[in-house]
Design a binder for this molecule. Structure first.
Ligand SMILES: Cc1cc2nc3c(=O)[nH]c(=O)nc-3n(C[C@H](O)[C@H](O)[C@H](O)COP(=O)(O)OP(=O)(O)OC[C@H]3O[C@@H](n4cnc5c(N)ncnc54)[C@H](O)[C@@H]3O)c2cc1C
Length: 614
């Protein structure tokens, strides 16, 4: 178990990367393997697996006031932009896209990672000579309604299809149904009950729902309640529009209270079996979240989704959209035509991102540490933006700034933020998440066990699913149990029973306090135990592990977050409705639901507010 994983994929990747990839003019050679950041894979994203140690250290130094004394003497680059977007995730990139469409001018997008995309990034391995790709965070999208808001935006950035074709079954073994995303629960599914249930070795229950959880080492009461949570007819009225009476009522109680009432189940069942997965994309125990969280996304985007086609996913998740936006903004940044296939496949020309004279520039590995109006925000004509790159501080000027980096950093950066906005940001909580991509040489061990996806209770993460990939940009058209793949395990840190802020900060302490080697060993042990019946051997079968650490992954709306409490406005509305001089606010967290469409819509609104002012 202690043996280091073979770095064969790593070496292969170096050869691939050496064939012409440039990063800021330097060869994108072997990433220095920091013992905390760990291996980052190959290709465009090799130096940007989640929040790397560099990204995190600079951000925390900024939070702790470490740059204060240097800001006044930052080097003036002499640049003035019409728009600066702080944050190069989907929201910051979308802000630049909207600005260039609605007004046009000189834009700068600043991001602290080695590549754009924020939570919408890719990991890439080379396993036995074959490229294996997975997402670092943001994963799925829904088929947009033709001509609707999302569809029009996708079209604007060159998304040339609304759904993908997926890999066909390959190989001689009889076909097993596969999902298209890590969130799918395929027909061949298993539940695993391990040491937390007194089981050594653990117990597998295959097709648990169909078999009434027969053989699960749980109490009769828990079994009855769990089955009820699956089968209860839920014809209670659902919110129809955000802000209607039902959504407001839901926002007065916790998600835990709601789940208990809806299914007629105990708090214990919710906490042991449903949390944090039923907490949706929020990452905390449902005891800390507003019940409206369970309905926010469907209510915010009623137009999107096609049941017959299901969730859609680029092989690397929503990084596909980030790449399309970059191609739209800086056509030379990715060679080839602006088609999904070319933009997805061709390597980024890093040197082209930040060239003098082009309408939009994208500046990477730069952490913004201060944003401040030149004078009274009510009348100032410019905003000063200071960032650290390498070990030096630089300053640019902007006529308008969109803060798209997220609540947890914006509140530290905008110097002259009024008390109302500061108070609003104090009501935003975000939870951590570790996304582990585990490349396996094949998944025969799962096939032998009769499953392509599973759920477990206790240990690292909660579920995984083998997925067939969208056939995009040269992905192989066939896929079977002998194919290499990446198994994505999402580790959340829900601590039901603790206050909301403490759930997040304790989880972060765990995430930040665990080395790559400790996680690597724990994953190998856990998978070794779970999949032993299928003949799984971590040493033989795991080709590589990439960890993507997101310290502030998900927004965590508490009751009252969406619509306010005691006559006070909702914190998000303070930030949405009241631009601060020439500074406006975006990022998905302003919607209270982590979704790339919210990143886009908030950017659209933030840009419109600035354009109106200009
Ligand atoms: C594990 C996970 C799974 C998800 N799955 C989905 C999904 O399936 N579908 C979906 O639609 N959404 C999903 N999401 C939601 C995701 O948040 C959005 O889709 C979207 O990627 C968020 O984009 P953003 O630009 O709003 O924020 P971010 O992606 O967080 O981008 C903000 C960027 O700004 C940078 N930044 C912050 N502060 C500074 C600073 N001071 N200086 C410079 N740069 C800074 C950040 O490092 C980051 O790169 C998921 C999120 C996570 C964490």
């Amino acid at each position: 178990m202690n043996e280091a994983i073979s770095r064969r994929d790593f070496v292969n990747g170096t050869l691939v990367a050496g064939a012409g990839l440039l990063l800021h003019g330097l060869p994108n050679a072997v990433p220095p393997e920091d013992p905390w950041t760990g291996y980052g894979g190959v290709g465009d994203y090799a130096l940007a697996n989640g929040n790397t140690r560099d990204v995190m250290s600079v951000a925390h130094f900024m939070r702790d006031g470490g740059f204060e004394r240097g800001i006044a003497s930052a080097i003036d680059t002499g640049e003035t932009y019409d728009l600066v977007a702080v944050g190069g995730g989907i929201s910051g990139l979308a802000a630049a896209v909207f600005f260039q469409k609605d007004k046009g001018g000189r834009c700068l997008v600043i991001d602290n990672h080695a590549i754009f995309g924020g939570e919408a990034k890719r990991n890439e391995f080379v396993v036995d000579g074959q490229s294996v790709v997975a997402h670092q965070g943001s994963a799925i999208f829904l088929v947009p309604k033709k001509g609707g808001y999302t569809d029009r935006f996708y079209e604007l950035i060159g998304m040339d299809r609304s759904a993908f074709a997926y890999q066909r079954w390959g190989g001689r073994a009889p076909e097993m149904p596969l999902g298209k995303s890590p969130y799918d629960e395929p027909k061949n599914y298993g539940f695993y009950f391990g040491p937390g249930f007194g089981q050594r070795p653990g117990v597998w229950v295959m097709q648990p729902w169909e078999r009434g959880l027969a053989g699960a080492p749980i109490s009769d009461a828990a079994r009855t309640e769990l089955l009820r949570s699956r089968t209860v007819r839920d014809d209670a009225p659902r919110p129809q529009t955000e802000g209607d009476a039902i959504s407001r009522q839901l926002d007065t109680i916790t998600l835990e209270e709601h789940l208990m009432a809806r299914y007629g189940i105990s708090r214990d069942t919710v906490r042991t079996f449903l949390s944090p997965v039923e907490g949706g994309g929020y990452g905390l125990g449902p005891d800390a979240l507003s019940a409206y969280c369970a309905y926010a996304i469907e209510t915010q985007f009623p137009e999107d989704g096609d049941d017959s086609l299901g969730d859609q996913m680029f092989p690397d998740g929503n990084s596909g959209f980030a790449r399309l936006m970059v191609k739209t903004l800086v056509p030379g940044a990715i060679p080839g035509p602006r088609t999904v296939d070319a933009v997805w496949r061709n390597p980024v020309r890093f040197a082209a991102l930040d060239r003098r004279g082009q309408p939009t520039r994208i500046r990477l590995q730069s952490t913004v540490v201060s944003v401040e109006h030149e004078g009274d925000p009510a009348s100032a004509t410019h905003v000063r933006v200071t960032y650290v790159k390498g070990d030096r501080l630089f300053r640019v000027r902007a006529r308008g700034v969109v803060m798209a980096g997220g609540s947890w950093t914006t509140k530290h950066i905008v110097r002259d933020l009024p008390a109302t906005h500061r108070d609003a940001y104090e009501q935003f909580y975000r939870s951590p998440c570790l996304m582990a991509n585990i490349a396996v040489r094949n998944w025969r061990f799962l096939y032998k066990m009769g499953m392509s996806g599973c759920r477990w209770f206790g240990g690292l993460g909660d579920y995984l699913s083998v997925r067939k990939m969208a056939v995009v940009g040269g992905q192989p058209p066939e896929f079977g149990p002998d194919s290499p793949t990446a198994l994505t395990i999402k580790v959340l840190f829900a601590k039901p029973g603790l206050p909301i802020g403490e759930q997040g900060s304790r989880g972060r302490a765990e995430l930040l306090g665990t080395s790559f080697a400790q996680y690597e060993r724990a994953f190998r042990e856990q998978m070794g135990d779970m999949f032993a019946p299928g003949g799984f051997d971590p040493r033989r079968d795991i080709a590589g592990i990439i960890l993507n650490r997101w310290g502030h992954a998900y927004v965590n709306p508490q009751p009252g977050f969406f619509f306010g409490t005691n006559g006070r406005p909702a914190p998000r509305d303070v930030l949405r409705d009241e631009p601060h001089g020439r500074v406006t606010f975006a990022n998905t967290d302003l919607a209270g639901a982590s979704d790339h469409r919210n990143s886009i819509r908030e950017a659209d609104r933030a840009v419109s507010q600035l354009v109106a002012r200009m």
